[in-house]
Design a protein around this ligand. Structure first.
Ligand SMILES: Nc1ncnc2c1ncn2[C@@H]1O[C@H](COP(=O)(O)OP(=O)(O)OP(=O)(O)O)[C@@H](O)[C@H]1O
Ligand SMILES: [Mg+2]
Length: 426
């Protein structure tokens, strides 16, 4: 019989406690946000990819590509298609012995002109080839620009500068500089193709005429995915899971829920991952529709808590006003006077200064920007005038849970205890 201190026996008694156990997952990386699926796994975007590739195609023979802007709501595959298409063009050009470079600048991070130029030149430089090192700090904007022109001409026939989340970039000077570089004789050899990406469909309205005229960009609109496309997108990630843990009804449920929320593929994939994590934490051997529903709730609560934690006290009060109305009235749409009256009540109850209608409106617009609320103008006919409708997009009970632990608003606005409404019956 093995003795207690027998090392070998101990090791086997520990079973697989020290080996990597991922529960239901076999390759979770497939569900990571930054994962770029291969062409066989990009679903329902053939037309968009074809149009983008056509615009960029001249680069393969070393000629100047068109500038292209991709627009569409969040999670519709813009960043993915831009990365995939530019990568393919770079590879195709390499086969023709044409040097094409590509850099993706995340303008939500590099949001000033200087930062964006710096990120671009740092992304395109190769010190081995150019003999240049580009320091992270210490140089002025114009120096970064001159380094950029130098690097581009030294390395490439054509370079793609992908400006993702371009609406976050201050001003349009960087766009001007890039689009006029050849004309202004900053570049001899290299031509630049700009790929701008934005989920603000009206971004173009902000551009001045002179910028538009030098960009001459083509536009590609990415429409939201429907249920069928979302189902295919989810299916394309099935390899993330062990065989047999995912049923067709779970796939359908994830697709339906994401389709309801403006066809966002990121939401569908995240929901799938969270459902898997929940199942794994419960040591379940398969994922059920119930896991999906609970995972959705947890994800929404996390998001609301984050948004509410990051809001100012007055912002919170305006959201609380709409939310408490929704919980009490059991409807989701309200006119301005109702919202303002509820806001006044909340200020009264919590001892907060009451702001003007105009200020409250501005604060509500911020919630609209975060897609918690939708504000639309509804016409009552010319004679009767038009008014604003505020529609809550999130489940009010989920929003309420985001206020839990907020001392300032404890018990305020929710007619304590009597509210049992859930979103599904509103
Ligand atoms: N057609 C598709 N096929 C497979 N996966 C997709 C598809 N579209 C999007 N995805 C996946 O969904 C997620 C979101 O896509 P992506 O980041 O491209 O969206 P986006 O339009 O850039 O959104 P945002 O405006 O929020 O930046 C990514 O993980 C991406 O790989
Ligand atoms: Mg994106």
């Amino acid at each position: 019989m093995a003795r207690r201190n027998d090392p070998v026996e101990n090791a086997s008694a520990l079973g697989d406690a020290f080996s990597a156990r991922n529960g239901v997952f076999s390759d979770k990386a497939l569900l990571d946000v930054g994962y770029v699926p291969g062409p066989e796994h990009i679903v329902a975007r053939n037309e968009e990819i074809r149009r983008l590739a056509t615009a960029l195609n001249p680069a393969i023979s070393g000629a100047a590509p068109s500038n292209v802007f991709l627009y569409g709501k969040t999670g519709t595959g813009k960043s993915l298609c831009a990365r995939y298409t530019t990568r393919r063009i770079v590879d195709a050009a390499a086969e023709e012995k044409v040097d094409v470079g590509c850099v993706v600048v995340d303008c939500s991070q590099d949001n000033t002109e200087t930062r964006a130029v710096r990120a671009t030149v740092r992304g395109l430089n190769d010190p081995e080839v150019t003999d240049l090192t580009i320091p992270e700090t210490g140089l002025g904007r114009s120096r970064y620009y001159s380094l950029l022109w130098e690097v581009l001409d030294a390395r490439f026939d054509v370079a793609f500068v992908v400006l993702d989340e371009i609406d976050c970039l201050d001003g349009t000077d960087f766009l001007m500089q890039l689009s006029r570089a050849t004309e202004a004789k900053k570049l001899d050899r290299c031509s630049v193709g700009i790929v701008g990406i934005s989920n603000k469909v009206r971004y173009r309205d902000r551009l001045e005429e002179r910028v538009k005229s030098s960009l001459q960009e083509r536009e590609i609109m990415f429409t939201p995915y429907d249920r069928e496309a979302l189902r295919e997108i989810i299916r394309s990630r099935l390899a993330a899971f062990d065989g047999g843990v995912l049923d067709e009804d779970v796939i359908s449920e994830c697709a339906s829920l994401a389709a309801e929320e403006h066809g966002d593929a990121r939401k569908a994939i995240n929901l799938l991952r969270h459902s898997g994590e929940l199942a794994a934490s419960e040591e379940a051997d398969r994922i059920t529709v119930d896991h999906v529903h609970r995972a959705k709730n947890v994800a929404e609560q996390d998001r609301m808590r984050e948004l509410i934690d990051g809001a100012t006290i007055q912002q919170k009060a305006t959201l609380l006003a709409v939310t408490s109305l929704a919980l009490v009235e059991k409807t989701r749409t309200f006119k301005t006077p109702e919202v303002y009256a509820a806001y006044e009540d909340i200020c009264g109850e919590s001892g907060l200064e009451t702001l003007s209608k105009r200020r409250v409106h501005d604060l509500l617009r911020e919630w609209e920007f975060l897609e918690v609320l939708e504000i639309t103008r509804t016409g009552g006919g010319r004679a009767r005038g038009s008014y604003l409708q505020h529609r809550l997009l999130e489940d009010p009970s989920v929003i309420r849970s985001g206020f839990d632990g907020s001392d300032r608003f404890a018990g305020v606005g929710f007619s304590a205890g009597e509210v049992t409404t859930t979103w599904s019956n509103i």
